[in-house]
Each structure stands twice: as C-alpha cells, then as structure tokens.
Design a protein. Structure first.
Length: 193
C-alpha cells in the first residue's frame, strides 16, 4: 500500500495539469478563470505534499532530502512554463491569423463610405461593452456567412476571451435578424460547448 500516497498525489498533479493545458488551448484568459485558480491550487498543494513525502523518505542527510524534495518543485515550475508556452503559442497563432485577414478588413467602408478600422477597440481595453463591439459584428456579418465566436474574438487586439466573445456574439445575433427575417444560424462550435 506504499504506492497509494504517491499515486494519489501524482494523479492530482496530472489531472490538474491536463485541465490547465486544455483551458489554455481553449483560448480562455487564465487569470480570470475560477477553474484555473482551483487547478493551480490543487497542483501547488500536491507539490507541497509530494516534496514533504519525498524529503521524509530520503536518507537522513540534508543534501539527499533537499534533492528529493526539489523534484516536485521542479515539476511545478515545468508545468507553469508549459502552460505559459501554450498560451503564447495560441496567442501567436491567433495574432498571425488576424494579421493575415486584417489588411482586407481594415479599410472596409462604413455606411457613409468612410474607411473604418477593424481594430476600433483600444488594445489596452480589457473590458468591452457589448454596444462597443457591435460595429465589428456588423462588419463580419456583412460577408453573408454566419459569424463564429473564433472569428469574432480574433477581430480584436488582443483577441477577446472565448466566453466573452460567445456572450457578445449571442447578443448581437439575437438582436440582428437575417435578411429573410429569420434569426441567424448559430455557430456549430458554440452549440456543442
């Protein structure tokens, strides 16, 4: 039964790490997600327990205990680095996809014939009012295709978090009937989530 303690602790670390990676790859803003804080707390608690147990079972020398106790701390640091890497890769991927489509959309004329900027929202503005995102939705909807939350989120700099984009998009779609009088088609990805 000696393997039960380490297995239990390592299971918490593994599941919380997998959850954080999934959350990072979904495009969520980790600093504002309650689930992410809980996962980090679970990893930190399991790391402390693992470091203590490793040091307690090491030979009775300070260097052996220090070496055994530092392994879980190194694992915690590597998980943190891996999650940050995934967030950066996702941001770079979204930014490159946005910059590839931005030149065509950046000079789209508005109803008066004036050129409008696709990046009308300030890059430093972290909270956007639903009304302030309406012009971006109208520009994307003018293409005649249903607007996905990923397209909508990528139209901002920095990209809008997934849940915020879905909430804003649902509001705009509910408020804007399509040309034939029916409600717009929902994003298939949004329906499955």
């Amino acid at each position: 039964m000696r393997w039960c303690g380490p297995l239990l602790i390592d299971t918490f670390i593994t599941i919380a790490t997998a959850f954080l990676l999934w959350l990072a790859l979904s495009g969520a803003h980790l600093a504002s997600e309650h689930d992410a804080w809980f996962a980090w707390l679970l990893i930190a608690t399991a790391t402390v327990a693992s470091a203590y147990l490793n040091a307690a079972h090491a030979p009775d020398r300070w260097d052996a205990r220090l070496g055994a106790g530092s392994v879980p701390v190194a694992l915690l640091a590597s998980v943190h680095l891996l999650v940050r890497l995934m967030v950066r890769l996702l941001t770079l991927q979204t930014s490159s996809a946005t910059s590839a489509t931005a030149p065509a959309a950046a000079s789209a004329p508005d109803q008066r014939g004036n050129a409008t900027n696709a990046r009308a929202i300030s890059p430093r503005q972290s909270r956007r009012a639903i009304g302030a995102t309406r012009p971006v939705f109208e520009r994307l909807a003018a293409a005649g295709q249903p607007v996905s939350w990923r397209q909508f989120a990528a139209a901002f700099d920095p990209p809008m978090p997934r849940r915020t984009a879905q909430r804003h998009l649902a509001h705009h779609q509910a408020a804007a009937p399509s040309a034939n009088g029916q409600q717009p088609i929902a994003d298939p990805e949004e329906v499955t989530r």
